[in-house]
Write a protein that binds this ligand. Structure first.
Ligand SMILES: NC(=O)c1ccc[n+]([C@@H]2O[C@H](COP(=O)([O-])OP(=O)(O)OC[C@H]3O[C@@H](n4cnc5c(N)ncnc54)[C@H](OP(=O)(O)O)[C@@H]3O)[C@@H](O)[C@H]2O)c1
Length: 287
């Protein structure tokens, strides 16, 4: 795959700037669709490709980025933590999380960013006009997504953030990312929250019908967000809607983590509606 990258850069390096998503596997990634729609809309001579990278080739991809016309990189599973040590510098957020999902190539070298948390905050504003400042939040889950949104919600000055997770040790390290407002809690905390977020993988594929918390704990004064976007509406989100809560899925977080990266790479404002339409069409095609 690294040979493919070299060949691509040699062939197109002068006429096009390249961006890529690296991971293993990557063929399911929506990122090429989202970013290429944005480049096309703005008439930018950029091309975004998926690169399935074996672990042994990872370092070479970063070397290519230093020397060739590869200006933007998205990083997905399983390399997000490894990328954080391969870049020259991390932003404070990426450093706190130890996880990089976006790399920029700059005069100062390769900079690792994490755009998931800010993407989530923008999604709250876009979908629900919700300002998390001084709000009580419950985050269900303590994996990569939960960590990113917890750190961002801490920065956004929530009044409390309770993490509930199957594995307690992970709940503790996640809650610590929201500094002094983060705690580990249990199901009793849910009804007190203004915002409840499902950041577990319950609701996806193998766990499609499993709920991340009993829906009886949800009520109509709450905003409920499920980070899952495929399916667009998990059974838990539908049940929360039936309880009268305002509900949103993970499409906007996916969109805004991408628009943040787009702007970091190109310096241009991302065409949000075009990129959203590209996501919706692709998800529709896959459903
Ligand atoms: N919208 C977006 O842009 C976006 C971005 C990133 C992720 N996501 C979504 O967010 C979800 C989490 O992603 P991730 O990257 O954070 O995954 P991850 O790191 O693998 O974390 C998975 C989380 O789900 C919990 N979990 C898994 N199976 C469970 C079960 N049977 N019972 C109870 N808890 C269970 C895990 O608990 P343990 O710690 O106990 O294992 C952990 O907290 C996924 O659905 C993903 O699609 C969306």
């Amino acid at each position: 795959m690294v040979d493919d990258l070299k060949e691509f850069l040699e062939r197109n390096g002068n006429s096009q700037t390249l961006a890529a998503v690296i991971g293993f596997p990557v063929n399911h990634s929506l990122s090429p669709t989202i970013h290429n729609a944005g480049f096309k809309h703005l008439n930018l001579q950029w091309n975004y490709i998926p690169l399935e990278v074996e672990e042994g080739d990872l370092e070479e991809v970063f070397e290519q980025m230093r020397s060739l016309n590869l200006k933007g990189l998205s990083v997905t599973m399983p390399y997000k933590a490894k990328a954080a040590v391969m870049v020259d510098e991390c932003t404070p957020t990426a450093k706190a999380l130890g996880v990089v999902n976006c790399v920029t190539s700059t005069d100062k070298g390769l900079i690792g960013h994490n755009t998931d948390g800010d993407g989530f905050l923008k999604a709250l504003k876009h979908d629900a006009d919700f300002d998390p400042k001084q709000k009580r939040v419950v985050v269900l889950g303590a994996g990569g997504a939960a960590k990113a949104i917890t750190e961002a919600l801490g920065r956004a000055e929530v009044s409390s953030l309770v993490v509930i997770n199957r594995t307690q040790a992970k709940a503790e390290s996640t809650a610590a990312l929201a500094t002094d407002v983060g705690t580990v809690g249990d199901l009793e905390d849910i009804s007190e929250a203004d915002l409840v977020v499902n950041a577990t993988s319950l609701g996806m594929k193998d766990n499609a019908t499993q709920f991340p918390c009993p829906v009886d704990l949800i009520h109509s004064d709450q905003l409920v967000v499920d980070l899952i976007y495929h399916p667009l509406k998990t059974p838990w989100l539908s049940a929360a809607e039936q309880k009268g809560a305002r509900t949103h899925n993970g499409v906007s977080m996916l969109l805004f983590q991408a628009t943040e990266a787009f702007t970091l790479w190109t310096g241009q404002q991302a065409p949000v509606s075009t990129m959203l339409r590209a996501i919706e069409e692709e998800l529709e095609r896959r459903s």
